[in-house]
Design a binder for this molecule. Structure first.
Ligand code: SAM
Ligand code: DTB
Ligand code: SF4
Length: 334
């Protein structure tokens, strides 16, 4: 599905938006938000780590990298039944998207991948939007995931190209972009964003948004994560980012990628309801629900339910605006 927003954005234009007085920036983002999305509607997604820890990569933020000494225990791939049970619970709790994460550098064509394909098939048949984040993918692997019913693939750029090698040395920015291209070719929705609070400059944040907005098509989802500093990782002592920095990122993403779902992702556990409300005002319209992200805590389900009630937010339905035809296209024909 093309977004129909093919404007090429310069860094200067993005910088002009990002650096506006913050209340003006929020007002403009809220205006764009209302033009393209139902007010007060927030997509509720659930994450599950289906393969935890032991990852060979050196991402400086990540508690699952084998080389850092964190409290994460290495586990083998979960069983298909366990995952489908978790998806069913997530659906009962109001989630419409279920995202499965694996601490892999890349997908390998082995029995574990076959099991992930079964998980994708099962979750899709439950009527949820199914998403995966499994590391790098070839075109053929993306095609297999699509045929199994995958709706979206998460693969973050994480930071700017310039800052990338200060955070990760075991792969390149181009590797990331290649996977995003493979996902697009397979007609899977692209979910790609990044993390703030890793010691990057404002220019780096603008640089990451510049790369995302100038992809051949805008990502359908843009997660904005605040670093969750984890003991044992190189970034364990990074100071908390201010909510105004989250607001600037979210609002800029909203203005330049008006149709995208902008996800207020990791970091909510340290934000007050008031701070989260500012992020929704700035154009965030998606969250992860459930008391755990992949390995770190997230607000409790009932806390989020209270927040939705207080702020008058309502959960967005699955496959919204896509019609039944596309919905059923996701189900593989046997
Ligand atoms: N291994 C795959 C990969 O890296 O693409 C998929 C899983 S990985 C954990 C998915 C994303 O989680 C990362 O790209 C990063 O943006 C986010 N992430 C990991 N650790 C984080 C942390 N401590 N704080 C915020 N976001 C984090
Ligand atoms: C994304 O952008 N954030 C999520 C999801 N995509 C996979 C992951 C956040 C992980 C936070 C650290 C953890 O819980 O391990
Ligand atoms: Fe591995 Fe992904 Fe963590 Fe990097 S972010 S160490 S690739 S699990």
């Amino acid at each position: 599905m093309t977004q129909g927003f093919n404007k090429h954005w310069t860094r200067e234009e993005i910088s002009g938006i990002y650096n506006m007085p913050v209340l003006e920036l929020m007002y403009r983002a809220a205006t764009v938000h209302r033009e393209h999305h139902a007010t007060g509607e927030v997509q509720v997604c659930t994450l599950l780590s289906v393969k935890t820890g032991g990852c060979p990569e050196d991402c400086a933020y990540c508690p699952q990298a084998a080389r850092y000494h964190t409290n994460v225990k290495v586990e083998k791939l979960l069983e298909v039944d366990e995952v489908l049970q978790a998806a069913s619970n997530a659906k009962i709790n109001g989630s419409t998207r279920f995202c499965m994460g694996a601490a892999w550098r890349e997908v390998r064509d082995n029995r574990d991948f076959d099991k992930v394909l079964q998980m994708v098939d099962g979750v899709n048949k439950m009527g949820m939007e199914v998403c995966c984040t499994l590391g790098m993918l070839t075109e053929e692997q993306a095609e297999k995931l699509k045929n199994a019913g995958l709706y979206a693939y998460n693969h973050n750029l994480d930071t700017s190209e310039e800052h990338y090698d200060k955070i990760i040395s075991t792969r390149t920015y181009d590797d990331r972009l290649d996977t995003l291209e493979n996902v697009r070719k397979a007609k899977i929705h692209v979910c790609s964003g990044g993390i703030i609070g890793m010691g990057e400059s404002h220019e780096d944040r603008i640089g990451m948004l510049h790369t995302l907005v100038n992809l051949p098509e805008h990502p359908e989802s843009v997660p904005v994560n605040a670093l969750v500093p984890v003991e044992g990782t190189p970034l364990e002592d990074q100071p908390r980012v201010s909510v105004w920095e989250m607001v600037r990122m979210i609002a800029t993403a909203r203005i330049i990628m008006p149709k995208a779902m902008v996800r207020l992702s990791a970091g909510r556990v340290r934000m007050s309801v008031e701070e989260q409300a500012l992020c929704f005002m700035a154009g965030a319209n998606s969250i992860f629900a459930g008391d755990k992200l992949l390995t770190t805590p997230n607000p409790e389900v009932n806390e989020d339910q209270n927040m939705f009630e207080l702020l008058g937010l309502k959960p967005r339905e699955a496959f919204k605006g896509e019609g039944e035809a596309l919905r059923f296209e996701q189900i593989p024909q046997h």
